[in-house]
Design a protein around this ligand. Structure first.
Ligand code: HEC
Length: 274
């Protein structure tokens, strides 16, 4: 009998050792303000009033409020960028965008070397049909702010036929913080220039950027295989050109973003006057 009493006491002691800390821990937890959910949506620059319900310091705004960013962090981030985004006058901004386009765009290369194009950086063109977006990396040429792309028949031309609204991105890659880099987001309307609908404008651009050499280069595998006899190459190249469309993009809005080495990234917006 005695030994069972000892066992009972031992078990009771063990239980109190294990249960007591568990109880006191859960009481401690109850003291901390429990997350209040859900709270209404807040804007990224929202500031809490002194009446704001208390919450533990490690909880972010986004855990209770519907917001894309942590509003507290976003506010500081926005202030820093607003400080460096001094108002640039439109002419200065326009010149800066054109200089960047001139630097990034393709041009006429050396005839007979490669495809005859001096390649610049790619432009990514976004088109849309039936609510399905399509992003295409392409060579581009520019005249001032107007962009030109030589398009073979394909999905992007089909999309433009039903929706002329486009967006395009031009950026330096890879991202490198050791020097200042730029990127452009462009919105505008596209029109198609073909030999059929505007022969003069079409051929001017074909000449200007050496697109005939490009068409010939595209046919070189068929010339090598004997499918196209060498003396028929020019004729075949003209037929290829007949299938091409020059996509002309006249921007309505351009956003220039500058990535500086000090990690500030001011953003400037150019809009066309209507
Ligand atoms: C633990 C949940 C919680 C967190 C975290 C939280 N809020 Fe709130 N917030 C609330 C609740 C609940 C209210 C009451 C009104 C409501 O439902 O929107 C509120 C109200 C607000 C209001 C309007 C009333 C006032 O106090 O001015 C603002 C502004 C606000 N919050 C901003 C913020 C910001 C900014 C942060 C981050 C720094 C944040 N909140 C973090 C729960 C929270």
């Amino acid at each position: 009998m005695r030994s069972s009493k000892i066992i009972f006491l031992f078990v009771a002691l063990m239980l109190s050792l294990f249960i007591a800390p568990a109880v006191s821990f859960s009481q401690e937890e109850a003291k901390a303000p429990a997350p209040v959910k859900p709270a209404g949506p807040i804007s990224p620059d929202a500031v809490m009033s002194s009446k704001h319900p208390p919450f533990a310091p490690q909880i972010t705004c986004a855990e209770c409020h519907e917001t894309k960013f942590d509003a507290g962090t976003m506010k500081i981030y926005k202030q820093v960028n607003e400080k460096v985004t001094m108002e640039k006058d439109k002419a200065t901004l326009e010149k800066e965008i054109i200089d960047f386009l001139n630097k990034m765009s393709s041009g006429k290369g050396t005839p007979g070397v490669g495809c005859g194009t001096k390649h610049g950086s790619a432009l990514v063109l976004a088109t849309c049909k039936d609510n399905i977006p399509r992003a295409t990396p392409l060579d581009f040429f520019n005249e001032g702010l107007t962009l030109y792309i030589v398009g073979e028949p394909g999905g992007k031309i089909v999309n433009l036929g039903s929706n002329p609204n486009v967006s395009a991105a031009i950026y330096q890659s890879p991202m490198d913080h050791s020097y200042e880099q730029k990127s452009l987001q462009i919105w505008g309307k596209a029109t198609l220039i073909t030999r059929k609908n505007n022969e003069k404008e079409f051929l001017d651009r074909i000449e200007k950027w050496g697109i005939r050499d490009m068409a010939r280069a595209l046919l070189s595998p068929q010339v090598r295989s004997g499918e196209i006899p060498g003396d028929k190459l020019n004729e075949a190249a003209e037929k290829v050109l007949d299938t091409f469309s020059i996509i002309k993009i006249e921007p309505d809005r351009i956003t220039l973003r500058v990535f500086r080495t000090d990690f500030t990234m001011p953003k400037y917006t150019w809009t066309r006057e209507r």
